[in-house]
Structure formats: structure tokens, C-alpha cells
Design a protein around this ligand. Structure first.
Ligand code: HEM
Length: 389
């Protein structure tokens, strides 16, 4: 991906050519080695001693970003991650299903009442925000602020990925507002614990001491940020892709048992997080290319998911493709904590939609605009004309 809008809308022709001709290469635009092949991406993400996640260390960000889970290495990473794993196991997440179905149906009621809707704003944004806010235990009245906070903070990581290590005043203000909000909620829950994740974080102990407010609020921030926009993009990419492939939508409606495969195929075909970054701690090698300590590496999950060495006809969207491991949620010790949740959200949305939506299409006049984010694949809006059943 690069800063060019066409590339952000459709990076796949570039990936196909890089996979064939230049699978590991240095880019001055990214200031990093770019890695495309599935086996090489897996290697980078598996070897955390060589390819460290501490990409924010040493940068003057005016923000405590190095204290975020995604930017930590073991042993700290292992301890902090353990605090929340219970909330995201497939079993724990399944308990949310009835509530999710209700949220999906409410949003669909509103969408189907209109002749034309913007799927991003009417569905793909509010759905994951509502779900994660419920898991954390955030009061209803405070939920609208989240989208703004979460968006701004995702943009900080975008600047970092573009090699800019400074933060803009609006980023700092949004970050401070969000952490202040979580800190006061944490203090409230210490006094009066409830059954939510914020109460658990407020009372959790690591190495014999409670987490500081800053540590616990950082954790809340990462859940908001990692879980919202990524899932919004997954849902949006799904509808964009089905609108382009009405035969696959019809097949899914005829064969709902294909939903788990369809979810995997959507994530493979249009991957929400296109690349993730690591910093090299000790001299190493990827795909025969030597890489020195201190260099940065961008591992392209989006390209790995279209690697012809792993997938037959990788550029074909086919919901009957057998489910299999793809790289959408990363790999290794940082494998996405929210993967079962994101999958269930997509599943809940498809289950209801195949019953309630007959056909839908993007109006011919619509111009699809990509997000202003270099590592995320998604749209600013997705106008849809939907015909209900
Ligand atoms: C389609 C939706 C999602 C996608 C594509 C996605 C993708 C990813 C990827 C690629 C990583 C690995 C980052 C790395 O190795 O540097 C990751 C990590 C993470 N994700 Fe997700 N994610 C999604 C949804 C969620 C949700 C719903 C949550 C929680 C509410 C979540 C929470 C996290 C957390 C906490 C991490 C850090 C794990 C660690 O560092 O150990 N994600 N995600």
C-alpha cells in the first residue's frame, strides 16, 4: 500500500507483481524492508527475538505508546496479555451472541427503512463499538465519544508507519481525553467492582502489584483501537465484495452452512490490516535477503493472503474455498486477541442479513473512496441500495 488512493483501494495488482518479482525488498517510501510471501511473513511474526514489536521505543511521541500491548516483547507482553485473554476466548465470546443478534437486528431495521444507506456509518461503525463498549463496561452515554478517539489514535500509528515520529496536538488531546476517561472509570470500579472487563483490569495484579491507572487505561485504549476500525473494515470489505460478486451472495443465501468458510474467505480476499511492522533486534535474513539490527520490516498480511504458493487462484473470491489458516489476524505471540470476537461479529451480521436482505448493490454513480490510512483496507463510506425480503 502507499499514499496513492488507487493503491489504497486496490493494492492487489501491486502485491501480485511483488510476490512474483520482488518478494523481499527495501522501500525508501516505507523506510523498511517489505515482505510479501506467506512463508516469509510467518517467519517474521514467529521469530519475536529477531523481529521485535517494540517499534515505538526511543521515539519521542509525547504519548506512552511503548506501553501498549502490541508494542511489547516478552516477558512483559506475556504477563499483560494474560490479563484479558479470558474475556476473548471463543466460549466467553459466544455468550455475547444473543446480545449481538439484537444489535444487528436494530441496525438492520434502521437500514432497511431507508431506500439507500451508507453501510459504513449505519452499520459497520456502530456495531463493533457497541459490542466492545459492552465487554469493557462503558456506560451508554459515553459511547459516542469513542469513535472519534479511536479514529484519531489509529491515525497516530499511521504517521508512525509513514516514518513520522511526532504527534499532532489533536492526537495528544484525544489520547489524553481517552486515558483520563478510562482512569476515572477504573477508579470508580475499584471502589465498586462490577462483572465487566474494566473492573477486572482495575483489580488485576502483575508481579505482585496492581496495575497502575496508566497501565490499565492503556489496555482499555488498545482494545478500543485494535477492535473498532479493524472490524468496521472487515464488515465493509465483506459488503463491498459481495456487491461485486452477487452470485456468491446468492450462494450464501441458498447455503447458510457456508458462513464460516465465507467469513474466512472475506478476510483472506480483502484483509483489514494490510501490514504490520517489526524492528530488527539482531542481524537476520528473510527469503535470502540479509537484514541488519535496527532496520524496520513491514510484513504484508494482505499479500500473504493472496500468495499463489498457498492458494489456488488467489485472486478469485470463492466462499466454497476450504477454510484454512490465513494471516488476517497475524501470527505468533501477538496473534489477535479479538479474533474470536471479530469472527463472531461477522458471522452474526451475515446470519441475519441472508434472512433479511434479498439483494443489494452499490449505486452506479457512487465513487468509492479509500480510508486515509496506509495499512488499513477499508472505505470512508459504502452507499448501498438494499432490497429487504
Ligand atoms: C477484523 C478484525 C480484526 C483484525 C483484522 C485484527 C487484526 C489484528 C492483527 C493483525 C494483530 C497483530 C498485530 C501484531 O502482531 O503486531 C492484532 C492484534 C491485536 N488485536 Fe486484533 N484485529 C481485529 C479485531 C480485534 C478485536 C475485535 C479486538 C478486541 C476487542 C482486537 C484486539 C487485539 C489486541 C489486543 C491485539 C494485540 C495482541 C498482542 O499484542 O498480543 N482485535 N489484531
Amino acid at each position: 500500500m502507499s499514499n496513492m488512493p488507487d493503491m489504497r483501494l486496490d493494492p492487489y495488482p501491486w502485491y501480485a507483481s511483488m510476490l512474483e518479482t520482488n518478494p523481499v525488498t527495501f522501500s525508501s517510501e516505507f523506510r523498511a524492508f517489505l515482505v510479501f510471501r506467506a512463508d516469509d511473513v510467518r517467519k517474521v511474526l514467529s521469530d519475536y527475538q529477531t523481529f521485535s514489536s517494540a517499534i515505538f521505543d526511543g521515539l519521542s511521541l509525547d504519548l506512552p505508546f511503548e506501553n501498549q500491548l502490541t508494542g511489547m516483547d516478552p516477558p512483559r507482553h506475556t504477563q499483560i496479555r494474560a490479563l484479558a485473554t479470558h474475556a476473548f476466548t471463543p466460549k466467553a465470546v459466544l455468550e455475547l451472541e444473543p446480545r449481538m443478534n439484537l444489535i444487528v437486528n436494530c441496525l438492520l431495521d434502521e437500514m432497511l427503512a431507508k431506500q439507500e444507506s451508507d453501510f459504513v456509518h449505519d452499520f459497520a461503525i456502530p456495531f463493533p463499538i457497541t459490542v466492545i463498549a459492552e465487554i469493557l463496561g462503558v456506560p451508554d452515554k459515553d459511547r459516542v465519544k469513542f469513535k472519534y478517539w479511536s479514529d484519531v489514535i489509529v491515525r497516530i500509528s499511521d504517521r508512525l508507519l509513514s516514518g513520522l515520529s511526532d504527534s499532532l496536538p489533536e492526537h495528544i488531546a484525544a489520547y489524553n481525553e481517552m486515558t483520563d476517561f478510562f482512569r476515572s472509570l477504573l477508579q470508580e470500579r475499584r471502589r465498586q467492582p462490577q462483572g465487566d472487563l474494566i473492573s477486572r483490569l482495575a483489580l488485576a495484579e502483575v508481579e505482585g502489584r496492581q496495575l497502575t491507572d496508566m497501565e490499565a487505561s492503556n489496555f482499555c485504549v488498545i482494545l478500543m483501537v485494535a477492535g473498532n476500525e479493524t472490524t468496521t473494515n472487515l464488515l465493509t470489505n465483506a459488503m463491498r465484495t459481495f456487491a461485486e460478486h452477487p452470485d456468491q451472495w446468492e450462494l450464501l443465501r441458498q447455503e447458510p452452512r457456508l458462513i464460516p468458510q465465507a467469513v474466512d474467505e472475506i478476510m483472506r480476499y480483502r484483509t483489514s490490516v494490510q501490514f504490520i511492522t517489526r524492528i530488527v533486534k539482531q542481524d537476520g535474513e528473510i527469503g535470502g535477503v540479509k537484514i541488519k539490527a535496527g532496520e524496520r520490516v513491514a510484513a504484508f498480511l494482505g499479500a500473504a493472503n493472496r500468495d499463489p504458493a498457498k492458494y489456488e487462484n488467489p485472486n478469485v473470491f470463492d466462499i466454497t474455498r476450504p477454510s484454512g489458516a490465513n494471516m488476517t489476524f497475524g501470527h505468533g505471540i501477538h496473534f489477535c486477541l479479538g479474533a474470536p470476537l471479530a469472527r463472531l461479529e461477522m458471522t452474526a451480521a451475515l446470519k441475519e442479513m441472508i434472512h433479511r436482505v434479498d439483494t443489494f448493490k452499490v449505486p452506479e454513480v457512487a465513487v468509492l473512496e479509500p480510508l486515509n490510512a496506509i495499512n488499513l483496507l477499508g472505505l470512508k463510506s459504502l452507499p448501498l441500495q438494499i432490497i429487504g425480503r
